[in-house]
Each structure stands twice: as C-alpha cells, then as structure tokens.
Design a protein around this ligand. Structure first.
Ligand SMILES: [Zn+2]
Length: 158
C-alpha cells in the first residue's frame, strides 16, 4: 500500500493511525481521519452496511416485545449518502434563499460523503470558477457549487 501522507511514520505522533479497514499503519493529515485512504473508508462503511443488512435479514421481522436494545441498533435504517449530506447541510441552518460557503475540511469532519464528486477535483464540479456556469450538484433543497479549490458554496432553495 502506497504511503499517502507526507508525514514520517511515527507511532508516538498524534497523527499515527492503524487503518480500521486494512490495518495499515499510516500518518494522517487531518487528525479527525482514521483510514489510510478514501477507498478503505468506503469499503469499511459498505461492509458495515452489508453486515447490518444481513443481520436484519437473519433476525427477520421483530415482534415489538422482542426488540431489545441490542437488536434495535442493528435495524437502524442506513442513510444514503445524499441523506447524510442533506443532514449535514441542515446542520448549518441556512435560511431558504440564503447561501453559505464551507471549507471541505469542515464537511469532511462532519462526515460528508464526497462520493467522488469533489475529492479528486475532477468530478462534475471541476472548474467551477466561471460564474458557476449552471453546473451544480443538488441534494434535496440544496444546490452546491464548488467555488474554490477547497470550498463549497451551499445554496438553499426557497
Ligand atoms: Zn486502509
């Protein structure tokens, strides 16, 4: 596995992590990160989703009396990436008709699912500079524009 970070591997550092998915020791740029790359993070979350799905299939339809605290955890509905992102946008409490510019780091900390759209800089929001150009990605009532290398403008529709 190619070392992604620019930091020297140092188990004493607060940037040192063991990837929860592939167990690869690595250094992180953002201290809130744990995985060695986005693929591992995605694979890890997908595996968890799969396990949750298999568990609820195994358990079958539960009688209300049979729902224990443990079994309710495994049947929590899994949000789609868009639903997660909409929840994050909601958390900014933008007024309808208003907009807010947010740094990608802040979105990443909140668990935003970039879904390949922004991460590489070559998704469908690449080259957003020219007057926003009609290119945007819509999440529910939110239109999102990449306005800078690492900034997202979030516009909430009326
Ligand atoms: Zn990994």
């Amino acid at each position: 596995m190619k070392q992604q970070s620019t930091f020297k591997l140092d188990p004493q550092s607060d940037r040192y992590r063991i990837c929860p998915y592939c167990k690869n020791p690595h250094m992180v740029v953002h201290r809130n990160a744990d995985f060695c790359n986005r693929k591992c993070a995605n694979d890890f979350h997908n595996r968890n989703k799969k396990i949750a799905k298999e568990l609820s299939a195994l358990l079958g339809p539960l009688e209300p009396s049979a729902v224990t605290e443990e079994s309710t955890i495994s049947i929590v509905p899994v949000l789609t990436p868009s639903q997660v992102n909409i929840q994050i946008f909601d958390s900014f409490e933008i007024e309808p008709g208003d907009e807010l510019e947010v740094h990608f780091d802040e979105l990443e900390i909140k668990g935003f699912d970039f879904d390949g759209k922004y991460a590489s800089g070559r998704g469908n929001l690449f080259n957003m500079h020219k007057k926003y150009n009609g290119h945007y990605t819509q999440y529910g009532r939110y239109k999102t524009f990449r306005t800078d290398f690492s900034k997202l403008l979030i516009y909430k529709e009326n």
